[in-house]
Design a protein around this ligand. Structure first.
Ligand SMILES: *[C@@H]1O[C@H](CO)[C@@H](O)[C@H](O)[C@H]1NC(C)=O
Ligand SMILES: *[C@@H]1O[C@H](CO)[C@@H](O)[C@H](O)[C@H]1NC(C)=O
Ligand SMILES: *[C@@H]1O[C@H](CO)[C@@H](O)[C@H](O)[C@H]1NC(C)=O
Ligand SMILES: *[C@@H]1O[C@H](CO)[C@@H](O)[C@H](O)[C@H]1NC(C)=O
Ligand SMILES: *[C@@H]1O[C@H](CO)[C@@H](O)[C@H](O)[C@H]1NC(C)=O
Ligand SMILES: [Zn+2]
Length: 462
């Protein structure tokens, strides 16, 4: 029955194309979930059975060192670019760009100016560039026109949209006949309640239980949709949360004339833009003002923060010690819980748990760096990462040997030869496939297409 070209084609498939094909065909789908402000140790302080059941059946990174400043927008953009804030350009939740003479404000939802986002290319862009589809439910930045591209499916940001609806949309996209491979899901809790109550408040128990229930709902829905066994699910957060106190407030008005500067980003890491010619005055007034506030001129910001090379980083940065709040005066907004502090502080760290065919089971890793998440996601999606500040080799130990094997074959930074090899092999096989398709069309044999409908579809899409 099997004709010669068919046999040649199948052999080629097996020999040169296996990796690419297997990944196209069966490539596990990836869903990245962020529960905003979920501190790494909440799972030890509060009952969280759904988190624990993922941990037993998957991997657990106890603490993730996120990027400075430990706020929502910078860290969500690092997750999808693998870059430090100075490199991806979303350096704070509130920004002023002196070159563009424009402001960016999360508080005012004034974030839609593409130019703020276009210093980097998010993973959905790369995923779609390589012919895959992506879907995002309220992920920060996913409803912004970034270099002319949106996720294939996304929801315009609206915090009143329920978690259940966001999950339903993602499942719809994952199970459509042209399914997404990359899903991104964002939920505002426990950040909102953490700010309001403070993480030490016993009421946080209800908040965390509620988040754990949301996770349970997500898992149940994935199982119901038949996605659970094939999906690589990663659950993390952008940052932790610290308990503040109204006894630990630093009032700038006590030290410097408020007419000499503007506050761009707020406590606890305050970006200060001095008025024209007032840099020295403001700096001198604040430098030794309070023992729990460290004040840097931009050029003196410690290198470990990777927070210097961007015009959106203001000339003066005042960083509060953990648990301290910096306000202009007491009329400013004081929060019981806050984040944004030094990214080496454990309380600023989220956890990361994951489950799926690529991940080991019941494995715990002490720590990882947020910038390593992006190369991991790219590896799971089988797409080529853009230059970034992470490395897959740092998180390889989370993967099953089969998933990691693929890494050493195709994904390593130095494996250009094998990438070129795969590319040439693919071109060769594609040529054969086209010849083959012509052949089967003529001779009206369609068995291979019926056998491998998922293989032929993406190729014919190209
Ligand atoms: C910056 O923009 C504001 C309006 O948003 C304008 O008043 C101001 O003159 C501009 N500054 C410069 C330096 O262009
Ligand atoms: C997105 O921005 C590009 C310019 O980068 C523009 O050409 C395009 O029309 C915009 N698309 C939408 C839907 O606004
Ligand atoms: C605040 O400053 C005092 C005096 O330098 C120091 O002893 C204390 O540890 C600081 N608090 C924090 C949270 O770092
Ligand atoms: C997970 O590993 C721990 C030890 O690391 C062991 O005590 C526990 O029984 C394991 N659980 C499962 C479900 O394999
Ligand atoms: C981070 O990655 C970007 C892009 O590759 C690079 O330009 C930058 O120098 C890197 N930063 C560090 C500290 O290595
Ligand atoms: Zn927050």
């Amino acid at each position: 029955m099997v004709s010669d070209p068919c046999r040649i084609f199948l052999t080629l498939c097996t020999l040169t194309f296996t990796g690419t094909f297997c990944l196209l065909q069966g490539s596990p789908k990836v869903l990245l979930v962020s529960f905003d402000g979920f501190r790494w140790d909440y799972i030890y302080k509060f009952p969280t059975p759904n988190f624990h059941s993922i941990i037993e059946d998957g991997i657990h990174v106890k603490q993730v060192t996120n990027v400075f400043i430990t706020k929502t927008y910078p860290n969500h953009y690092s997750m999808v670019t693998g870059l430090y804030a100075e490199n991806h350009g979303i350096v704070a939740n509130e920004m002023y760009d002196p070159v563009l003479n424009k402001t960016f404000s999360m508080d005012r939802m004034d974030i839609y100016d593409s130019e703020f986002w276009e210093e980097a290319v998010p993973i959905w862009f790369t995923n779609q560039y390589e012919g895959r589809k992506s879907g995002a439910a309220m992920w920060p930045g996913s409803d912004v026109n970034i270099s002319g591209v949106y996720p294939s499916f996304y929801l315009p940001y609206n915090e009143t949209v329920s978690f259940e609806y966001r999950v339903a949309k993602l499942i719809e996209w994952f199970t459509s006949n042209k399914p997404i491979h990359l899903g991104l899901l964002y939920w505002e809790e426990p950040d909102e309640s953490g700010h309001l109550l403070g993480p030490d408040n016993p009421l946080m128990s209800y908040v965390i239980t509620e988040v754990d229930n949301k996770l349970g709902h997500l898992v149940a829905e994935l199982k119901k949709a038949g996605l659970w066994d094939t999906m690589n699910l990663i659950i993390t957060s952008d940052h932790g949360m610290e308990q503040c106190s109204s006894d630990r407030v630093i009032e700038l008005d006590n030290y410097v004339d408020k007419n000499l500067y503007t506050v761009v980003e707020h406590s606890p890491t305050v970006a200060i833009l001095p008025k024209e010619g007032k840099l020295e005055d403001v700096y001198k007034a604040l430098a030794n003002a309070h023992p729990n506030m460290t004040v840097y001129k931009k050029e003196d910001i410690p290198e470990r923060f990777h927070y210097l090379h961007n015009s959106r980083i203001q000339p003066i940065l005042a960083v509060a010690d953990l648990g301290w709040t910096i306000l202009q005066n007491r009329s400013g907004r004081y929060l019981e819980g806050n984040h944004g502090y030094d990214n080496t502080e454990p309380n600023m760290h989220p956890l990361l748990v994951a489950h799926g065919p690529a991940f080991k089971r019941n494995v715990t890793k002490e720590a990882m760096t947020f910038t390593d998440l992006y190369p991991l996601l790219c590896h799971l999606l089988d797409i080529q990462p853009l230059p970034n500040n992470g490395s897959l080799s740092h998180v390889q130990d989370l993967l099953t040997s089969a998933a990691a094997q693929f890494l050493s074959d195709y994904g390593g930074q130095e494996s250009y030869a094998s990438i070129v090899g795969v590319f040439l092999g693919s071109v060769l096989a594609l040529t054969f496939l086209l010849v083959f398709i012509k052949h089967v069309t003529r001779s009206q044999i369609s068995a291979p297409q019926i056998e491998h409908p998922e293989i032929t579809q993406p190729l014919l899409d190209v």
